[in-house]
Design a protein. Structure first.
Length: 81
């Protein structure tokens, strides 16, 4: 299951994001979106977890907690059209 994560601190990297989600189960990938021009984080990311129950647990427990100045938004990623 693919998860969308927003409201991330700009200094958070892929490894740190993966570590946060691994507390809830297996993580296939954790990618922080990087601005192509500046090379800096855009403040959001996508995490992929193979087990839906673990992914839902992560969403439930991580949504609305603060890692920085603002609360994170953690939800199921919407499919691209």
């Amino acid at each position: 299951m693919k998860i969308f994560v927003a409201g991330l601190p700009y200094d958070l990297d892929d490894a740190e994001l993966m570590e946060i989600f691994e507390k809830f189960g297996t993580v296939i990938s954790a990618k922080v979106a990087i601005d192509k021009e500046t090379g800096k984080s855009r403040g959001f990311a996508f995490v992929e977890m193979p087990d839906r129950a673990e992914a839902m647990d992560a969403i439930e427990n991580l949504n609305d907690i603060s890692l920085g100045k603002k609360p994170m938004v953690v939800k199921a990623a919407e499919e691209r059209r």
